[in-house]
Ligand binder design. Sequence first.
Ligand code: FE2
Ligand code: FE2
Length: 243
Amino acid sequence: MESTQHPATTVDEVANGIYRISTPVPPEAMPGGFSFNQYLVAAEKPLLYHTGPRKLFEQICGAIERIMPVSRLAYIGFSHVEADECGSLNEFLSLAPKAVPLCGQVAAMVSIDDIALRPAKAMADGEVLDLGGHRIRWIATPHLPHGWECSMAYEETTGTLLCGDLFTQPGHANPALTEGDILESSEAFRHQMDYYAHSPETRHHLQRLADLHPTTLACMHGSAWRGDGARLLGQLSDRLTQR
Ligand SMILES: [Fe+2]
Ligand SMILES: [Fe+2]
């Protein structure tokens, strides 16, 4: 995963003021191809949601700089503690002197307040953070799809659910935003590589996400999606409990 081997990182606005930053990983580097997405919420207090893995740090930084200076970032947020979600957290905190990690209370307690350069803003379940022009509601989703500390973020002004690893689609050439189907490709991928914890609370957490009625799903791997998010989350819930 040397960054120099990767094609250019792309930047696309997928909802008002929300940018998908995506780096394709060609099939030569990962069988079937893959992609790593971060989302920049370009508010008065800008939020970068997911950092990408450390090996992509320089090219992800370069992509952010096409929208705004990295040094302006106020929050570095993420769903759970894995390299692609927060591997470059400290690198970003170093470049953005006012930024703090933004994560759930479990993530802060278990990992981030020990490994991050600065203490986290630890969000309670349901807590809302006003970024100035955008508002983030934090939803704790332990073990959905994986990780005790897992949570999702919902941007209320655009109806965008930053849904992390949900609906992970394979391939390296997915469009930035689609209204087409992402359930079948993500389910095919899950059947090859089941990354879900299948906790007994899976259905409950998916229902809570559906109750937000998101209109954009900001997926971390593959295309972002626009449509009836409650319906799609319901379909995913049915598939997960059919197994
Ligand atoms: Fe993950
Ligand atoms: Fe991920």
